[in-house]
Design a protein around this ligand. Structure first.
Ligand code: GDP
Ligand code: ZN
Length: 292
């Protein structure tokens, strides 16, 4: 007889919460005290389940562990990682869009990996990703169609909650389907979930790929707007700039046209010129209202 189990909310519908634990899933209500205190449990929250009925697989959430992070769109707690999904072709890599997605994920403090899908369509895919690899991002080349590279990607997701983000048509749903192949969950069930996700606004769910490995069923970062990002944090959101940020002559160097700028000095060497140009472009775009 189990008295208490630790788990994670993977679904929340109308006050009923599905909690995934190491002993399976439980449909749970939550103690009224949470509502009284204005606490809204979210998908992704860590929960403690008690009053367990093993036959019915039901229980009561008596405690939520501290929420580490909260993503707004989709509204999910404790997301660890963003997988930026691109395609080798159809559609081809769009560097401007890619940098925006990376910045949004960096600003949220997420771990980041890049996944290039559809490598079955074009074998020239590696070149466009060089700037990102040299910036330090892990890049995975996969084909959801052939299954190539999927095991490497699966390893990068182990033990984490990941949100997939990327342009429409790059194969995000297909990747989730191939990740779950041969796993406990039925692919058909996932396809239905994903299909539904495309057409209606509703609460996000976590799809459990295997023990402790989850993906959010709804793509992240539906808006690519960066204007909320203050200019003074922008340089630090480019990981390849970070080693040089203390090396500029001026403490408040904007890395645009100051003399003795360590970032500019690295452009074309440790920092790709393409990424630096995008930094300048975005710096101009986001305006200086936050600059002190
Ligand atoms: P999403 O909008 O990012 O979720 O993309 P989908 O998963 O719906 O895929 C868009 C289209 O690309 C579909 O027609 C898929 O069949 C196709 N597709 C997905 N992955 C691959 C792949 O690895 N290779 C090829 N050739 N086509 C793919
Ligand atoms: Zn500088």
């Amino acid at each position: 007889m189990r008295h208490s189990l630790d788990g994670r909310v993977i679904k929340a519908v109308g006050g009923l919460y599905t909690v995934a634990t190491e002993h399976g899933r439980y449909d749970c209500n939550v103690r009224g005290i949470f509502r009284k205190h204005g606490f809204t449990p979210l998908v992704g929250d860590y929960a403690v389940v008690e009053k367990i009925d093993e036959q019915k697989k039901t229980g009561t959430v008596t405690k939520f562990r501290e929420r580490k992070t909260e993503l707004v769109r989709p509204r999910v707690a404790n997301v660890d990682q963003a997988v930026i999904v691109l395609a080798a072709a159809d559609p081809p890599v769009n560097p401007d869009l890619t940098d925006r997605l990376l910045l949004l994920a960096e600003e949220r403090g997420l771990e980041i990996v890049i996944c290039v899908n559809k490598i079955d369509l074009d074998d020239q895919y590696a070149t466009a990703l060089k700037p990102y690899e040299s910036a330090g991002y892990g890049v995975f080349f996969v084909s959801a169609k052939t299954g190539g590279g999927i095991s490497g990607l699966r390893a990068a997701l182990a033990g984490k909650v990941s949100v997939l983000a990327g342009p429409s048509g790059v194969g995000k749903s297909s990747i989730i389907n191939s990740l779950t192949e041969n796993e406990t969950m039925q692919t058909g069930e996932i396809s239905r979930k994903l299909g539904r996700g495309k057409h209606t606004t509703r609460h996000a769910e976590l799809i459990e790929i295997s023990d402790g490995m989850f993906v959010v069923d709804t793509p992240g970062f539906s808006s690519l707007e960066l204007k909320h990002i203050p200019r003074d944090i922008l340089p630090g959101l480019f990981p390849e700039f970070r080693p040089y940020l203390d090396g500029c002559r001026f403490n408040d160097c904007r890395h645009i046209n100051e003399p003795d700028c360590a970032v500019k000095a690295q452009t074309g060497a440790g920092i790709s010129a393409e990424r630096y140009d995008r930094y300048v472009m975005i710096w101009n775009e986001i305006g200086d209202n936050e600059w002190t």
